[in-house]
Design a protein. Structure first.
Length: 287
């Protein structure tokens, strides 16, 4: 059935399922009591093992061939993928969930800029207008965070968005290559990097449930789907689906632990989400 779908439908379906599974991720991070580097270690190690086993079964004897066939794009993907995995957790731990996810919502616009520079996929006039509006809203949120002492967390959120944009652009550039092995190695790099800073590896209480659930359902499965999706649609289109996380992520957190974003974040985030949603609608209508 999947084979009968068009490339647009395949990419959109993979991106939608992947991002929807990510939406409870921020809530599980908040509910966990493990320290930051311990969480990063498990978010690298567990998905690495799970996806490695899956890829070994799927590729069988071709795994090493796929691994060594990632090329320069795959090597850069490893670095950008590892970096944005780390900065995402650092952002969540240093600001409101809503602020982090609003920063990540900038990824489609950043993808458009990177696509114009490296892939010669020049954005049209509507895209440039959307980029300027979202940039202004981002500055507005940063100014508020500076007063609240959340600037560092918001900055890491912006770095995460840039990393996601790099990932999508690299996957689009190397659409004839399979970058899932790059993502697997990226997770291993995250675990190795975090290992040297972990104070305690023990999982206690509810963390015995939260950490494995988070690592498999919200990390391992989604990153495979989001890695494959740009082979069928543009990187900017893939990142547009992250708006779903930007909307639902803070809702889950607010419903369960009552973490409410500031008025400035709500206003600035609404402008960013609305701008990207309108831009997406116009782009799809044109297509």
């Amino acid at each position: 059935m999947f084979q009968k779908l068009s490339n647009q439908q395949k990419g959109s379906l993979l991106a939608f399922i992947g991002v929807f599974l990510i939406t409870p991720d921020s809530l599980l991070i908040r509910l966990s009591n493990i320290e930051t580097w311990g969480m990063l270690f498990y978010r690298g190690a567990i998905p690495f093992v799970v996806v490695l086993i899956g890829t070994l079964i799927f590729y069988n004897k071709n795994f090493l061939k796929k691994l060594f066939g990632i090329g320069y794009a795959g090597i850069f993907y490893i670095f950008s993928f590892s970096a944005c995995n780390i900065t995402f957790i650092l952002s969540i731990q240093n600001t409101n969930v809503a602020n982090t996810l609003v920063m990540i919502a900038l990824a489609p616009m950043l993808s458009a800029i990177l696509g114009a520079i490296f892939l010669k996929e020049a954005p049209d006039k509507k895209t440039w207008i959307a980029i300027l509006i979202t940039f202004a809203a981002c500055v507005y949120i940063f100014y508020d965070s500076l007063n609240l002492g959340n600037f560092l967390g918001d900055f890491f959120g912006l770095v995460t968005a840039f990393g996601l944009a790099c990932n999508a652009t690299l996957a689009r550039y190397a659409k004839d290559r399979d970058l899932v092995p790059s993502a697997v190695i990226g997770k291993l790099c995250v675990a190795i990097f975090a290992f040297f800073f972990v104070e305690n590896f023990t999982l206690a209480g509810n963390d015995i449930i939260y950490i494995p659930l988070m690592c498999v359902m919200c990390v391992a499965i989604p990153f495979v789907l989001v890695t494959i999706a740009p082979r069928f649609i543009t990187g900017a289109e893939v990142n547009l689906f992250f708006l779903l996380e930007t909307i639902l992520g803070p809702v889950w957190v607010w419903m369960v632990i009552k973490e409410q974003p500031s008025l400035e974040t709500i206003l600035g985030g609404s402008v960013i989400i609305l701008t990207i949603a309108i831009h997406s609608f116009l782009a799809l209508k044109k297509t």
